[in-house]
Write a protein that binds this ligand. Structure first.
Ligand SMILES: *[C@@H]1O[C@H](CO)[C@@H](O)[C@H](O)[C@H]1NC(C)=O
Ligand SMILES: *[C@@H]1O[C@H](CO)[C@@H](O)[C@H](O)[C@H]1NC(C)=O
Ligand SMILES: *[C@@H]1O[C@H](CO)[C@@H](O)[C@H](O)[C@H]1NC(C)=O
Ligand SMILES: *[C@@H]1O[C@H](CO)[C@@H](O)[C@H](O)[C@H]1NC(C)=O
Length: 320
């Protein structure tokens, strides 16, 4: 679990657009650099190092592949549209907020998204194993860098159809969701059916009900990430974020110089600006979380990451 935690926090840093000013040609092993000797490497330097490791890159590619294989099954079932898969995989810009040159999420361009999906379809058609990406798939996906592969599967973590389809594809997950919902809301287990859930989900932001049913409604949440405390006032504050409602002085953009070195593959167009998490969340300097971080001399951006919870759920629950 400790290694997973390190990996998760590194992935988080990458997703948060962490800064990295010092490219390092490192010879230390991951175990050595992950040793918490304070002056060995900064978190940013560690992120740069980890992102280049073949095992980490292959893991990212594998998650993208399995996600697409699952999603293609759901397209066949009529649960998802192929167009949605292509949109999810692409770079997301703040067009609807009036800033088409601000990047909200890394991803492929349209051509690469199509090409990657074609590779996944070809693998499915040839009966390739569900959980072993063909070399050609990973070569192609990773050819534009690690960040875009991470960004390509990220939107599936909050796609209601993908979530429900994945749960319904697994009898064990289905049972877990029904049991947790029944116990949290004091229902007769027999009364919790997909017909009833579907109705509720359609009218009530249901993907989060299902995600919560998978994780938080159990009696054994194991960490801060898995408790639903991310947005409580003593941790952080969610800022107004609907299109048209983000004040101009609320945008927090990454310093282009800071991205130049080892995260230059984040954006399709180097003249665009990367939106940071602190645009959506603020941490009041006097709250519990800020005081805790300051006690240990740690900086903060946007607080503990909901994306980490979602990715954990994608890897270990939805994709098994
Ligand atoms: C994938 O890339 C590696 C390294 O560049 C190369 O040796 C291999 O032939 C490629 N495989 C495919 C199927 O394209
Ligand atoms: C697709 O539908 C078939 C038949 O209805 C079902 O057996 C299968 O589990 C479904 N696949 C997924 C991923 O939901
Ligand atoms: C990058 O963005 C700039 C400014 O919006 C634009 O002029 C340029 O055409 C873009 N380049 C590419 C390759 O899209
Ligand atoms: C935090 O930094 C201060 C000032 O540099 C130092 O005195 C203190 O020991 C540091 N605390 C920890 C927990 O590292």
């Amino acid at each position: 679990m400790a290694k997973l935690a390190v990996l998760a926090s590194v992935l988080l840093l990458l997703l948060a657009g962490a800064h990295a000013r010092h490219p390092l040609a490192l010879s230390r092993s991951l175990e050595e650099v992950a040793d918490p000797a304070a002056d060995v490497l900064t978190e940013e330097q560690l992120a740069c190092y980890v992102k280049q490791l073949p095992a980490v890159q292959e893991f990212a590619c594998k998650v993208l592949y399995i996600t697409l294989r699952r999603a293609l099954d759901l397209v066949k079932n009529g649960t998802m549209q192929e167009e949605t898969l292509l949109e999810h995989m692409q770079e997301e810009r703040a067009d609807s907020y009036g800033h088409p040159d601000y990047v909200m999420k890394p991803g492929f361009d349209a051509d690469m998204a199509s090409a990657v999906l074609e590779e996944a379809k070809a693998a499915a058609a040839s009966g390739a194993p569900f959980d072993q990406p063909p070399e050609a798939f990973c070569n192609l996906s990773l050819s534009t860098g690690f960040h875009r592969v991470m960004g390509a599967f990220y939107p599936f973590t909050v796609d209601a159809d993908f979530i429900e389809g994945s749960i319904r594809a697994s009898p064990a997950l289905e049972l877990k969701v029904f049991d947790h919902l029944a116990s949290a809301f004091n229902l007769n287990r027999e009364d919790v059916t997909w017909e009833q859930l579907d109705d509720l989900i359609d009218t009530s932001k249901g993907q989060f009900a299902l995600l919560d049913a998978l994780n938080y409604l159990s009696d054994q949440p194991k960490s801060l990430y898995r408790h639903n405390v991310l947005n409580l006032g003593y941790i952080r504050t969610k800022l107004p974020a609907a299109p048209g409602q983000v004040p101009e002085d609320q945008w927090r953009l990454a310093d282009p110089d800071a991205l130049e070195i080892c995260h230059s593959d984040l954006m399709l167009n180097q003249t665009d600006r990367l939106v940071m998490g602190s645009t959506w969340y603020s941490i009041d300097d006097t709250n519990f979380f800020a005081e805790l971080l300051s006690k240990y001399n740690r900086t903060h951006l946007a607080g503990p990451s909901g994306s980490a919870v979602l990715l954990h759920t994608l890897f270990f629950d939805l994709l098994g």
